[in-house]
Structure formats: structure tokens, C-alpha cells
Design a protein around this ligand. Structure first.
Ligand SMILES: *Cc1c(COP(=O)(O)O)cnc(C)c1O
Length: 404
């Protein structure tokens, strides 16, 4: 490492809150699936900023839309209308088949907004007694970092010493429809769940789970809220992960790739009932729905469809998954994934996944460990067959070594 890189790392360590432990690479440029560090080394990005950069780094059409809009108008607040918001609503509703849209900024804000909305729906439409609304969530969930959200996390690091937390949440195991059935009461307003648990290590529920979940929610007048902030917008090889089971959520949360990585944009999508309960003054955000965000999101959705990225995620995801399964290595305990949301789980004796990610960096691959023993792989959806094959060669080299 050059002295200037060492200076940057030291400056970060000195002034920054120490809430991350990044891999030791300082990036300064990106294009498509590639990123470059300050010393000119090139890496294939197998994290895509946790799926926010699905369209590839610095996509030229999203960039052009952002620059063009930034020259015209960036922020009006919702005190006034702007000429991008209606078009954003129209296009996201057409893409996803939703009736109503609430624009926010970060993913966690979308989750918070959904919680507020389904509670309000519960009191005003379902008839739950005031203050009694219950929301069911899953163990090992990840829905963001705000106080409301970490309060129903089951991860000790995420919750530890941040309480007291808001009541009104019940936690059940993920992938267990009988547990949902047992947890529903007359006061249950919603079931909030990820279609595939990403941060937990790309945990895919048993086939048929979401069909049963949908039936239980419908039968009990419980809103099914799918957090598709990571799985949505093509990541799993379909526009929305719910389509793998042919179901429709009542409320869908999008974020991350909604801006192609240019700017924080999130959205709550719902049927008429849930978002229809919000009245002027009851919820808001200074930046939510601003013209710059809308222009960026419109371009991000357009290139996803026009450039065939969703189909590419299905094709290259299948190729990547098969290639990983074909690697014969004693270190590997399990390989799983859907579309380009993939994971390699290592045997505990093989050593920590972090060591493998550091070794992969030396081979020109940036990937991220999760939960000690799992390497998560989520490249931009624009990856080509040749790039997948090259990546597989690097994975094969590293996974057949022992870093215990
Ligand atoms: C990333 C993520 C969030 C939180 O998004 P932020 O933009 O970081 O607030 C919520 N839910 C899921 C499933 C996520 O992957």
C-alpha cells in the first residue's frame, strides 16, 4: 500500500465512528462490474453495494439523467409539486403493478413508513383497538438500522445497548408457515418478511412457504409486507422475488437498486387501502420524492428493463450457481442462491469467511463475508458469461485453499 493510502486509512480511523470494518481496499473509480482502487488495481465487484449497484457502476444513462436533472431542479420539498414525481409514480406503478406509492430515501425509512402505514390501516380499516396493533416478523431478519427496526432484530450486535425499544412486534422462525398461523391474533395487522433473508446469509425458504403465507394473511386480513429492498428489481432473476412463488404482497418495499447506486431512493408500494389511510401532515420527508431522486430512479428502472438485466440475472445466476456447485473443495459446506443473489457457506473448520474474502481481493474479486462462515456473492446484473467464468476460476483457486 502506498503512503497516501495508509494516510487515508489512518484518517478514517482517527475521525470516523468505528461502526464498520471494511476490507483494506480504497476504491476510487467504477464502471460496470469493475471497480478500481487508488493504485489502479481492478476488481470485479461481487457485492454491488449490497445490491444497490445492480445496474453496474456509473451506468451512463442513469448518470446522464442525474446530471441533466441536477442542472434543472434538485429539491422542492413536498410543499410544492415538481414535474418528476408524477412520472416516477406512473412508471413504478406500471412496472410493479402497484396502486399507491410513498417515496422515501433509505431502505430503513421505507420499512419505518410501512410499519406506520399498516398500523394506521389496522386501526382505521381493520378495527384493531387503538395502541394494540401487532406486527409479526422473522428471526434473523434484517430490515435496517433505525431504532424502530433494530428493536425487533434478533441479532445481539444489532440490538445491544440501543434500547428501550418500541413494543408491538412478535418474532417467529423464518420459513415456518405453521408458526405464522399460530402467531396471528385478531390484533395482527401485518407480517413483515424478506422473500430471501439476505444479511442472514442468503437463506431461501422452503418451496411453497410464501404460497401458504399469502393464504394465511388473506384469510386473517393481515397485510403481507415483503421487504424486497435487496431481492427486488431483478436481483433474483425476476423483477420481484415474490414472482418465484406467483404471489402478490399487499405492501412491497423497494430501495437500493431503485437508484442504481447514485442516490438514496426508496419506496413503499401498496394497494389502495394501506397508503390510502395517510392524510396531509401525518407522514413525510424533506427529501422523499424530490425531482433529482425521481429522475434518477426513473432512469434506473428504465435501463433495468430495456437492457435485459433481469433476464441476465436469471441466466448468469444459474451459470454462477452451477459453477460454484462444481467446485470440489473440502472447505465448502453449502452453495445456494437465486439469480445473482448467491452464497457459499464454509465449514466452520475451514476458518473465517473474512480470510477467504481477503484472499479473493488478491485475485481481483471483492466479496463480503456475512456471519463468520458465509461468503455472499452479488455482482451487478450486467455481468457477462466470460466474467462469470473468470470469477469462478478465482473462487475455485481460493476455496481449495485452507485458511483455518
Ligand atoms: C439494505 C436493506 C435494508 C435497509 O436499507 P438502508 O438503505 O440501508 O436503510 C432493509 N431491508 C433489507 C432487506 C435490506 O437489504
Amino acid at each position: 500500500m502506498s503512503s497516501s493510502v495508509i494516510d487515508l486509512l489512518a484518517t478514517e480511523a482517527r475521525f470516523g465512528a468505528n461502526n464498520y470494518a471494511p476490507i483494506g481496499v480504497v476504491l476510487s473509480r467504477g464502471e460496470g462490474v469493475w471497480v478500481w482502487d487508488t493504485e489502479g488495481n481492478r476488481y470485479l465487484d461481487c457485492l454491488s453495494a449490497y445490491s444497490a449497484v445492480s445496474q453496474g457502476h456509473c451506468h451512463p444513462k442513469i448518470l446522464a439523467a442525474m446530471v441533466e436533472q441536477a442542472h434543472r431542479l434538485t429539491l422542492t420539498s413536498r410543499a410544492f409539486h415538481n414535474d418528476q414525481l408524477a412520472l416516477f409514480y406512473q412508471e413504478i406503478a406500471a412496472l410493479t403493478g402497484s396502486h399507491k406509492v410513498l417515496p422515501m430515501n433509505s431502505g430503513a425509512e421505507a420499512v419505518e413508513s410501512a410499519i406506520k402505514s399498516v398500523r394506521k390501516w389496522g386501526y382505521e380499516v381493520k378495527g384493531v383497538p387503538d395502541g394494540q396493533a401487532e406486527i409479526i416478523v422473522c428471526a434473523d431478519n434484517f430490515h435496517g438500522r433505525t431504532l424502530g427496526v433494530v428493536g425487533f432484530s434478533t441479532d445481539a450486535e444489532t440490538r445491544g445497548h440501543f434500547g428501550p425499544f418500541a413494543p408491538g412486534f412478535r418474532i417467529i422462525p423464518f420459513g415456518d408457515a405453521a408458526a405464522l398461523d399460530a402467531a396471528i391474533t385478531p390484533n395482527t395487522v401485518a407480517f413483515l418478511v424478506e422473500p430471501i433473508q439476505g444479511e442472514a446469509g442468503v437463506i431461501i425458504p422452503p418451496a411453497g412457504y410464501f404460497t401458504e403465507v399469502r393464504e394465511l394473511c388473506t384469510a386473517n386480513n393481515v397485510m403481507l409486507v415483503l421487504d424486497e429492498i435487496q431481492t427486488g428489481l431483478g436481483r433474483t432473476g425476476k423483477l420481484l422475488a415474490e414472482q418465484h412463488e406467483g404471489i402478490e404482497a399487499d405492501v412491497t418495499l423497494l430501495g437500493k437498486a431503485l437508484s442504481g447506486g447514485f442516490y438514496p431512493v426508496s419506496a413503499v408500494l401498496s394497494n389502495n387501502d394501506v397508503l390510502g389511510t395517510l392524510r396531509p401532515g401525518q407522514h413525510g420527508s424533506t427529501f422523499g420524492g424530490n425531482p433529482l431522486a425521481c429522475a434518477v430512479a426513473r432512469a434506473a428502472m428504465r435501463v433495468l428493463v430495456e437492457e435485459g438485466m433481469i433476464e441476465n440475472a436469471a441466466t448468469q445466476g444459474a451459470r454462477f450457481l452451477q459453477g460454484l456447485k462444481d467446485i470440489r473443495a473440502n472447505t465448502i459446506r453449502d452453495v445456494r442462491g437465486r439469480g445473482l443473489m448467491l452464497a457459499v457457506e464454509l465449514h466452520p473448520e475451514a476458518g473465517r469467511a473474512r480470510r477467504y474474502c481477503e484472499a479473493l481481493q488478491g485475485k481481483g474479486i471483492l466479496a463480503k463475508d456475512t456471519h463468520e462462515h458465509t461468503i455472499r456473492i452479488a455482482p451487478p446484473l450486467v455481468i457477462t458469461s466470460d466474467q462469470v467464468d473468470w470469477a469462478l476460476e478465482q473462487f475455485a483457486t481460493i476455496l481449495t485453499q485452507d485458511f483455518s
